[in-house]
Design a protein around this ligand. Structure first.
Ligand code: ATR
Length: 281
């Protein structure tokens, strides 16, 4: 049996063990997948103890994705762009390899599960924290016409865009995509797809930090959160003629990419997403 886990604080709520257990069952892989709570100041110690105990890999969640990236010996390009890792793989020689599968999880959920191609579309990304950083590179790689990043703190949106603008392998892509950081109040255009990567719906104030003017009729309004946390954003989208989608599919798809990174086998993610939606219905 090979051992994997999700490491974070908190982790009790995580659906990852259920998802990976089902992936293992459906692909016939012999592995188990648990939860590992790390103290807020004890990520490295917890991770090293896990590796010493024979762990083969882990997912990393809030708030340790940045520390995970810094600790790794090698990192994929998408983890480097995000400066954050949600997936680590350990080799016997003590090497830690980092990847970030959040963005490709989002893109696959939109394109494969929701059936909406992002090529040539106008996309608005709300937020410039870790969640937004994790998805910007893969969203650009999907070939939109325009990708605007907006954030309550405008300077953070500028930084995030500048980091991607200057990345060598994105330069060719960016010749076809307009990548902009824009002030929230100055958003005069509307979009085919808006992605909420802010934590605004968790607070007591406005659920959505932009005006509904940004939505084209029938736009996809995607919240990276799921369940109750995505409710207010989803209600706002419906009230303004948009099509809401929560982040459950992104969660399953990022897990599928992590599973493939560890095991070299792609699990049937669409089937597992459907099972989870049915179980929650
Ligand atoms: P995460 O890793 O989940 O992205 P984060 O780095 O703390 O967490 O980022 C949270 C994001 O939600 C940020 O873009 C934040 O905006 P600021 O950069 O201005 O802090 C955004 N956010 C949080 N609460 C918000 C609110 N009430 N209205 C608008 N944006 C909010």
């Amino acid at each position: 049996m090979d051992h994997y886990c999700v490491l974070g604080n908190p982790v009790a709520h995580s659906k990852s063990p259920t998802i990976h257990a089902r992936f293992a069952e459906l692909t016939g892989q012999a592995l188990n997948y648990g939860r590992q709570l790390a103290p807020l100041d004890g990520f490295t110690a917890t991770l090293l103890a896990w590796i010493a105990g024979g762990g083969r890999g882990c997912n990393v969640t809030v708030p340790f994705k940045f520390e995970a990236f810094r600790l790794a010996g090698t990192a994929s390009e998408r983890a480097t762009l995000a400066q954050a890792a949600n997936t680590l793989k350990f080799s016997g020689a003590g090497m830690i390899e980092a990847d970030n599968t959040d963005g490709v999880g989002l893109v696959n959920d939109i394109q494969l599960n929701a059936g909406i191609s992002l090529a040539g579309r106008d996309i608005l990304l709300l937020g410039a924290g870790g969640a937004a950083a994790g998805v910007l590179g893969p969203l650009l790689a999907a070939g939109p016409r325009r990708l605007v990043v907006t954030n309550r703190t405008h300077a953070k949106a500028l930084d995030l865009v500048a980091r991607h603008d200057s990345h060598p392998s994105l330069r060719t892509l960016l010749q076809k995509t307009e990548l902009l950081a824009q002030e929230q109040q100055g958003l005069e255009v509307d979009f085919d797809v808006i992605v909420n990567a802010t934590a605004s719906s968790l607070g007591g104030g406005e659920a959505v930090p932009v005006s509904a003017r940004v939505l084209k009729p029938g736009a996809l309004a995607y919240d990276m959160m799921y369940g109750a946390a995505a409710q207010r954003f989803g209600d706002w989208a419906l009230a303004h003629g948009a099509v809401p989608r929560d982040g459950l599919g992104m969660l399953v798809e990022q897990a599928a990419e992590s599973f493939a990174f560890w095991r070299g086998v792609r699990p049937p993610s669409a089937q597992v997403l459907q099972e989870m939606r049915e179980a929650n219905a």
